[in-house]
Design a protein around this ligand. Structure first.
Ligand SMILES: Nc1ncnc2c1ncn2[C@@H]1O[C@H](COP(=O)(O)OP(=O)(O)OP(=O)(O)O)[C@@H](O)[C@H]1O
Ligand SMILES: [Mg+2]
Length: 326
């Protein structure tokens, strides 16, 4: 039986079946809603729709924060619900096998804890693959290539940089200069420059809408002084100005990772470029700014948000890539 690819991210979980493609692409969120008989568990989009509007007694759970597992029990419950909701066809009848994403710098202890949680959640057999390597597979890079390749995955909680040769990581970095930091910067900018207070999910939505449309967007929140409702127009320049310091810090992390690369690998990157994936790769001008700062071609693949899960599903057929901790 082929394996399911699950990219368990801080903000989004993407599930990819080897034959059916992406079958789930929703927020990584679980809400325990007080129901007449016990509790009701809401997952993904359903949970996000009521975030910030929950009554006393409801519990909101983010299984990951900043790219790291916060609560293994919550991860187990979340994966159990996810498996029940995404299982289809033959997968309904059996404990499916899965390949899960993990941070490139996860310790053996962290890997083991994630594996055990997933197996306890109802998966038959679980393997892990670092997100940047999965992304490389998912966007069609050849992991048997003996030239050095590089992937930068800018997610919500973390940006992960990996430079590898024949599928083996030579040098890597993990840092917090990613989507959540960009959202926090935009929130601060709107508070200081426009006197507008937005919740974190509202600021994130404004950021994504602005980066997608590249036009002015309307933001609705509260006036920081009077506390009254306030509507403000956010220009693309606001988003650009707010995220610029985060992009600069990301450039420093990338340059730092590059310093550790054996010099023979540099021409490979000059020729092949760096692949930029993850949701925040779509941030306004990020690709151009990384290119200008580093001097390497930076390429964003066709599906930068889902290529990690697609690569994980492909890795199911490549046992040599998957590594269970000792
Ligand atoms: N069009 C867009 N423009 C800018 N940012 C975007 C866009 N779409 C999504 N994002 C941002 O991408 C981030 C989510 O990306 P992704 O789903 O890759 O993260 P994740 O895998 O959940 O997180 P992590 O890998 O850090 O655990 C969020 O911060 C979101 O605001
Ligand atoms: Mg991710």
């Amino acid at each position: 039986m082929a394996d399911i690819g699950i990219d368990l991210g801080t903000a989004t979980t993407v599930v990819c079946h080897p034959r059916d493609g992406v079958v789930h692409d929703e927020p990584t969120l679980l809400v325990e809603w007080p129901a007449r008989r016990g509790r009701e568990l809401l997952l993904g989009d359903e949970a996000a729709a009521i975030e910030g509007r929950t009554p006393p007694g409801a519990r909101i759970g983010h299984p990951l924060r900043g790219g790291a597992v916060t609560d293994l029990g919550l991860v187990r419950t979340y994966l159990h619900q996810l498996q029940r909701r995404t299982a289809r066809g033959r997968w309904r009848l059996r404990r499916p096998h899965a390949v899960l994403s993990c941070p490139v710098d996860a310790t053996p202890l962290e890997r083991r804890a994630l594996l055990e949680s997933a197996e306890e959640a109802g998966f038959g057999h679980v393997d892990l693959l670092a997100a940047p390597l999965a992304a490389a597979l998912g966007c069609g890079l050849d992991l048997t290539d003996s030239r050095v390749q590089a992937v930068v995955d800018v997610g919500a909680g973390t940006a992960e940089i990996a430079m590898f040769c024949r599928g083996v990581v030579l040098t890597d970095r993990s840092c917090r200069h990613a989507g959540d930091e960009m959202t926090a910067a935009l929130r601060g900018h709107l508070r200081d420059e426009h006197g507008l207070h937005l919740s974190a999910p509202a600021a994130d939505a404004v950021k994504v809408r602005s980066c997608t449309s590249r036009e002015a967007v309307v933001a609705e929140g509260r006036d920081v002084v009077s506390g009254r409702p306030k509507v403000t127009t956010v220009e693309p320049g606001d988003v650009e100005a707010a995220v610029a310091p985060v992009v600069r810090r990301l450039v420093v992390a990338l340059a730092d990772c590059l310093d550790d690369l054996p010099v023979a690998g540099v021409p490979d990157l000059l020729a092949g470029g760096v692949v930029l994936v993850g949701g925040a790769s779509l941030a306004l001008h990020l690709q151009e700014e990384l290119e200008a700062a580093l001097g390497f071609p930076v390429k964003v693949p066709e599906r930068p948000r889902t290529c990690i899960a697609e690569g994980l599903a492909l890795a199911g057929g490549r046992p040599e890539l998957r590594a269970r901790p000792a």
